[in-house]
Design a protein around this ligand. Structure first.
Ligand SMILES: *[C@@H]1O[C@H](CO)[C@@H](O)[C@H](O)[C@H]1NC(C)=O
Ligand SMILES: *[C@@H]1O[C@H](CO)[C@@H](O)[C@H](O)[C@H]1NC(C)=O
Ligand SMILES: *[C@@H]1O[C@H](CO)[C@@H](O)[C@H](O)[C@H]1NC(C)=O
Length: 481
């Protein structure tokens, strides 16, 4: 075994290696399972094409509504300098998102909710939007709206006219008075009451008319506030009448020019719940990487026959959590690195949250420590680089054209498996590959909630069957067409 590891020092020789089999916990593994990563692909060459961020496509196929999904970076690119800044800022914001999620989880678990106050922005809810990266286009009140997709929150909202304070967006603001089907939600309705559950903040009554005023606030001070309303929504060609959303008249944050947000959480106000009669609470996505032209899809309804998966779908149970029922939880039972299963007694003890909005997967310290040690063992001989923000395992790969990267697999209850795509193993802090880091991070404490984040979900079909309360994974090279 020691000899095999020494050979791994020379990645170019790897393809010539015959992998020795080792036995671990009674299971035979192929030691040193690796995948080739071409480093130049990550050197951002794409053109800045702002028009490609608007009007994402859609189609209907075999009873499913399929929305094209793009990574926001693809539309709002810039030069290498800007890229470096963006990539670095994203990690810092990602940490804020996770801190605010953890705070929200703690507050919810202890039954706290807060009312809307003009003088105080509560820190109990929502997520850090600066890190939310995937966009789709829908039609609301007859107008095209390109919105950010988030499974970690519930309320769908758009910036709304007249606006007290709006950030810059690429499309015209939503104008309620131009939509004959627009109607405000009364503050006495049960819909308004359900806000506290969905956003952590109870709705408050506006006067004359008694509108239901909402606020969703974010860990870094970003927020949206406005009134709850309903209007006609079209998802591709699929109509949804009386769709409840937030008409945001006071919004602040790093929403990157998008017109608003689509909430795919589990509460009654989320898009998934509101469309459950049409789509059966069944949706899935394939999150594309940031490479030029990469597009993915958000599929609503239908069945698995529309997916272009290259492996069988494996399902795991959604773990119920009555206090935190807006989030999707699953049970992580194991992790393997390069085919070697990590020995860790903490697997299966707590549940993990799966989130499309967090970038970097967070693991309990004991699991992260074991993973890092095994990864370093198998990916050795490369010059190291300084740690950056939450990422502590970094390399200078600027003199390599390509490297062989140990595979990372996550196992979930019921023998479900998620194979992390090779593009999801390393985060490029610098686009010239001089600071490339293992794209996983440790939680601060063993009892915090782990998060399966979007970087590790790339090129993967992730299926949410909320009726059967199960989640599925299969490999897929994302593409809308
Ligand atoms: C999927 O849906 C299509 C069209 O609605 C149907 O013909 C097909 O039998 C379904 N396939 C499965 C596996 O359920
Ligand atoms: C996770 O799965 C393991 C193995 O099936 C089981 O022992 C454990 O109780 C489960 N954990 C949770 C939180 O359900
Ligand atoms: C990375 O490695 C290259 C080639 O070995 C070297 O020239 C460069 O200075 C290194 N960069 C950093 C930031 O360490």
């Amino acid at each position: 075994m020691v000899k095999a590891m020494a050979l791994l020092l020379f990645p170019s020789m790897l393809s010539l290696l015959v992998f020795p089999l080792i036995v671990h916990n009674g299971v035979v593994h192929c030691f040193g399972e690796k995948k080739l990563l071409k480093l130049q692909q990550f050197q951002w060459k794409q053109k800045w094409d702002a028009s490609s961020c608007l009007s994402q496509k859609s189609r209907k196929e075999k009873g499913a509504t399929i929305l094209e999904m793009k990574h926001r970076d693809y539309c709002y690119g810039g030069g290498a300098e800007d890229w470096n800044k963006l990539l670095q800022k994203r990690l810092i914001l990602d940490d804020l998102r996770v801190q605010s999620l953890q705070a929200r989880i703690k507050n919810k678990a202890s039954g706290k909710t807060e009312g809307v106050s003009d003088t105080r922005i509560p820190l109990t809810s929502g997520v850090e939007l600066g890190t939310l990266n995937y966009i789709v286009t829908v039609e609301l009140g007859g107008r095209k709206m390109t919105v950010i997709v988030d499974t970690g929150s519930d309320l769908t909202w758009v910036q709304c006219q007249p606006c007290k304070s709006c950030y810059n967006q690429k499309e015209p603001l939503f104008n309620p008075s131009a939509s004959p089907s627009y109607q405000t939600v009364s503050c006495k309705s049960s819909t308004c009451q359900s806000l506290a559950f969905a956003t952590g903040n109870t709705g408050i009554c506006g006067n004359n008319p008694p509108t239901c005023n909402y606020i969703v606030s974010y860990g870094d001070g970003s927020y949206t506030r406005g009134e709850l309303a309903h209007d006609h929504l079209s998802l591709g060609k699929t109509p949804v009448d009386n769709f409840v959303f937030g008409c945001g008249r006071n919004n602040k944050g790093l929403f990157g020019g998008a017109s608003g947000l689509m909430g795919l959480g589990r509460s009654s106000i989320s898009l998934v719940s509101q469309t459950s009669e049409i789509f059966g609470g069944f949706f899935s996505y394939c999150l594309p990487s940031t490479q030029a032209g990469a597009s993915g899809s958000l599929v609503l309804g239908g069945n698995s026959s529309v997916y272009k998966t290259s492996s069988a779908i494996s399902y795991t149970r959604m773990i119920p959590n009555p206090q935190l029922s807006t989030f999707y939880f699953l049970n992580l039972t194991g992790v393997s690195v390069g085919g070697v299963t990590l020995p860790d007694s903490t697997f299966g003890k707590g549940s993990m949250l799966i989130d499309s909005g967090t970038v970097i997967t967070r693991l309990p310290p004991s699991i992260y420590k074991a993973l890092k040690a095994e990864f370093m063992k198998q990916f050795s001989g490369f010059p190291s680089a300084p740690a950056f923000s939450i990422l502590d395992t970094c390399f200078n790969l600027s003199s390599y054209q390509e490297v062989d990267v140990p595979t990372i697999k996550m196992q979930f209850e019921g023998n479900a498996e998620m194979n992390v795509d090779v593009t999801g193993v390393f985060y490029f802090v610098k686009t010239d590959a001089s600071q490339v880091c293992l794209a996983l991070a440790s939680l601060s404490f063993e009892d915090e909630i782990g998060i399966i984040a979007n970087y590790q979900q790339r090129n993967q079909r992730v299926i949410y069957d909320t009726k059967k309360t199960k989640l599925g994974f299969a490999q897929e090279t994302c593409s809308f067409t």
